[in-house]
Write a protein that binds this ligand. Sequence first.
Ligand code: GLP
Length: 533
Amino acid sequence: MKLIICDDYNGVSKAAADIVAKEVNTNPECVLGLATGSTPVGMYEILADMNKAGKVDFKKVKSFNLDEYYPLSAENDQSYHYFMNENFFSKINIDKNNTHILNGMCENAEKECEQFEQLIEETGGIDLQILGIGQNGHIGFNEPNDNLCSLTHLTDLTENTIDANSRFFKSIDDVPKQALTMGIGTILKARKIIIMACGANKHDAVRALLSGLISTDMPASMLNVHTDVTLICDKEAYSNDCIGIDLGGTEIKFGVLSSDKKLVYKDSIPTDNSSEEKIVSGIANKCKEIMKKYTVSGIGVGTPGIIRNGRVTASNLPFKDTNLKEKLETAVGLPVRVSNDANCAALGEVICGAGQHIENMVMISLGTGVGGGIIAGNKIYEGTGCAGEFGHIVIEIGGRQCPCGQLGCLEQYASASALVDAAKSAAETNTDSILNKLYTEKRTMDGRIFFDAVERGCSVAKAVLDEYINYLAIGIKNIYNILDPELIVLSGGITNSDKLLLDPLKRVLGDNIKVTISKLKSDAGTIGAALLV
Ligand code: GLP
């Protein structure tokens, strides 16, 4: 589905009028499918002006209207006959004999519908169908219903539609309870379709339409099977708020990213690692809670592990070929995209963080292990599912044992854990060092204690850091030589001390390799996951 988002109603009317005018100018004898409702009024006005100005000629155009109330006479000022005449036909040079609207006073509705359908066929079919959309997702008068009729038919109107359309009638009791309408199949036969939506009350309908999920509860969603549909909507009707989820072994972080790419909501829940079901239901419940406050159009999930076609296998989560995408879509009812957590962080960083204005970037996360994400042309490069596993580049033949089975993997030397392990053993061996003093005082070792020792001028800590930086630099040079990215972004708690880590690292790497520190820090994962949608 093509999407045109306009600032306001006038923009929508103009964009739609341009498409109609182009169709008529290309094919002066074309068949138009026309719609009523308040939305197309502005488009009809613009087309009438264009017609007056000689920019479009309706002389040979034929038209079929989508629907008409039943029973209601053409003279009634709420009939669609009256509407079309008032808003369009009387203002343009169309031949009235070429315009067709279902007869709301017909004696035999079935016959009327059959003849209408046949006439469309005989005229050669509809070239361009114009549609509005009801708040409940109806198009024409095809209401949400398990048994959607595909051809022109008589239908009962839902309470929602009667209520929404009562604004045009003196009282709600005057709104007809039935209507004649083209069916979904009739509409889908049109060669080209434009659908217009304006205002916040169309927000949910537009969201459902764009979700790509097809359901009879949302008749407009059937348009997703058509190959030439353009949705034209204003900013109020369009919402692209998305939920981003950063799934970790100890906590699951949630964020809502607004259409203007701002993180407007942040929260987290502990990870219940006891089963796959517990994780899925925990995520689904939190998403449903968020959806009460925000109108979201989709969910992106960043998870550790290998992901192929939405199926996840992760060693530190109870996921073994788990179809996370499908399970969450079923539980929440929104489209879900899944990618590796490091890939998501990289995407977040390139679109909203340190990599803005560039297109090719690599992100390396220095945590318990070493993770990575490759961005090529502003998109995640996934390979067949696990590209960017930089932690398992071998940097020392016959080196330290890695749980992955290899010896000498980068993550055994360049992860934050490796740095802390090296600091601990240096503190234990060098009993008269500042590092040892701090280690003994605090009875533990972590990145903060280690960098504190470096800052206090501890030569033992400095030697550990130099060795660490050399190993990290080897890994970065290998990655750079393969991928030649515009920028390498480092993330993880230990990168917070950028004076102590980044500056010396840059000196070892030289000028060609551009390296920087993550801007989004711990939000990169949720922001990037939301951007998957
Ligand atoms: C009516 C029409 C539809 C139209 C809908 C929305 O129900 N049958 O064709 O799309 O109203 O109308 P509006 O544009 O006034 O919101």
